[in-house]
Design a binder for this molecule. Structure first.
Ligand code: HDE
Length: 500
């Protein structure tokens, strides 16, 4: 907040001092308003344009600044400047979000949580735009908008009947793993402080010898995992729908800085060809027994934003922001996200120059030197009179071959390929989740949460039973106890469902 003791003079946006901000200019005390009251017109016109399109997903969120500190030397794996030595600190910004709700929706929704990070490195910004889940609902981006519709409002009623999601999931068994995660207690974290984060996709590291490894990123909360039960989440939705936002802001204000330890799983490049699990399938985890977690560093959030809209709403996280030493993988969903986010920002943040907004600037980069010019809202001098084409003979910036990524061998016939879809593919890791990840209480809560949602008021559909039956068959295939427990909960004939 500005100093209120000595207020400065209020002005229009263009600096003309304003004499009165309470009474419009009228023709006589009872007369109509005159067009010449430009202060009034400017005020109303700006107000009409205050909202920008909210994020089509992940609209409700909050963010803060922090520091990433390297604790273990991984420079043999990656030549990225942010990992160059133990103790190295990199400024960063993180945003946490729910997915399906609007910008004003409750923090407590059963939903994955976005876990987006922007690291301001010397070689430009590195954005790791992940979730609090190591997996996702789909593994081909062609399905994304269909899937998201099932989490959004019904086009007819503008309501959110749950049968839409169960209809879709029952027809999309690759989603089961993530659905189980979502309906477990981890689907309703108390706040971002109490959840883990994941890069989710397989990424890659490359080093200065030109060697590549496939990498999964994990961020383990140092605050411990804390989740709401379904009932507590429902109560909190009424009492304080912004609870999780407040929790993080207050902790940072108090100096109780939240921290996460960054770990990686590392797979040598060639092993991707032979590993039993498709290494680029976003619906699968890599078992830690095969690829153990290796510590890299600590992320700490230690500064709240000063202005929500300027810094959080205008933040543009995009998987396309990579730095030398870190690379993509052939994961189809990741490949699509390379396009989608920057495209969304060009729409949402008014054109081609959103990289000039302070929170998005490559503020720690040794150098930012492009040949981009013009477009809406240029505020950085637009390159002045410098040469605006390349190659040129006037000393303009030139590419640096030393940052070339090692070549990746890719071959194949262009076609629309399905993933390998045997039964194990859909049910194997969900079964491990049921048997090994959840304890008895966790299994009971999972069943209760699923039952609640599968019997959620079925407005807009004549007969929910075909959807419920189709879904039940999947739960049975994951584990007979699981199927039986849900069947009992939703009051369906156990034998009938099991037999099919
Ligand atoms: Fe996103 N996603 N997503 N997503 N996503 C967006 O970006 C998209 C996916 C994630 O705090 C959008 O600016 C596609 C996986 C986070 O600002 C949009 C696909 C993961 C955030 C978009 C995915 C995520 C977003 C919405 C599949 C976890 C919030 C407007 C092909 C690994 C970032 C916008 C923030 C936001 C597209 C799938 C995480 C539309 C096309 C998988 C954390 O661009």
């Amino acid at each position: 907040m500005a100093d209120t003791k000595k207020p400065s003079t209020m002005t229009t946006a263009f600096g003309r001092p304003i004499e009165n901000n309470q009474n419009s200019v009228t023709a006589g005390s009872r007369g109509p308003i005159l067009m010449q009251d430009y202060h009034l017109i400017e005020k109303m016109a700006h107000f009409n344009r205050e909202r920008v399109p909210e994020r089509v997903v992940h609209a409700k969120g909050y963010g803060g600044y922090g520091t990433f500190t390297v604790t273990q030397d991984i420079s043999k794996l990656s030549c990225a400047s942010l990992f160059s030595k133990v103790g190295k600190k990199t400024e960063m910004f993180a945003r946490f979000s729910t997915v399906g709700g609007e910008s004003g929706s409750a923090d407590t929704a059963r939903d994955p949580r976005g876990f987006a990070m922007k690291f301001y490195t010397e070689d430009g910004n590195w954005d790791l735009v992940g979730n609090n889940t190591p997996i996702f609902f789909i593994r081909d981006p062609l399905k994304f908008s269909d899937f998201i519709r099932t989490q959004k409002r019904d086009p007819g009623t503008h309501l959110k009947p749950h049968w839409r999601r169960w209809d879709y999931w029952s027809l999309s068994p690759e989603a089961l793993h993530q659905v189980m995660f979502l309906y477990s207690d981890r689907g309703t974290p108390v706040s971002a402080r109490f959840m883990d984060g994941f890069g989710s996709h397989t990424y890659s590291f490359w080093n200065d010898k030109g060697e590549r490894h496939w990498i999964k990123f994990h961020f383990k909360t140092q605050q411990g995992i804390k989740n709401f039960s379904d009932a507590d989440a429902a109560k909190m939705t009424g009492d304080d729908p912004d609870f999780s936002t407040r929790d993080v802001i207050e902790a940072i204000d108090k100096g109780d800085f939240p921290k996460w330890t960054m770990f990686i799983q590392v797979m040598p490049e060639a092993e991707a060809d032979t590993y039993k699990i498709h290494p680029f399938d976003l619906t699968k985890v890599w078992p830690h027994a095969d690829y153990p977690l290796q510590e890299v560093g600590v992320m700490e959030l230690n500064r709240n934003v000063e202005n929500y809209f300027a810094e959080v709403e205008q933040a543009s996280f995009e998987p396309s922001n990579m730095v030398p030493g870190i690379g993509f993988s052939p994961d189809k969903v990741l490949q699509n996200r390379i396009l989608s986010y920057a495209d969304a920002h060009r729409y949402r943040l008014g054109g081609a120059n959103y990289h000039q907004i302070p929170v998005n600037q490559a503020k720690a980069a040794k150098n930012v030197a492009t040949y981009h010019r013009d477009g809406t809202m240029v505020v950085d001098g637009n390159g002045g009179g410098a040469v605006d084409y390349q190659p040129n003979s006037f000393g303009g910036p030139v590419p640096d071959p030393s940052v070339t990524e090692p070549p990746l061998r890719i071959s194949g016939d262009a076609a629309r390929y399905e993933y390998k879809c045997d039964d194990e593919d859909f049910y194997g890791q969900p079964r491990l989740f049921w048997e090994k990840v959840l304890d008895k209480q966790g299994r009971e809560n999972l069943v209760e949460n699923i039952v609640g949602s599968m019997t959620n008021p079925m407005m807009g559909i004549a007969d929910p039973r075909p959807i419920q039956e189709r879904m039940l068959k999947h739960w049975y295939k994951i584990h007979p106890d699981f199927g039986a427990a849900v069947a009992k909960g939703i009051g369906m004939d156990t034998k009938l469902a099991a037999a099919e």
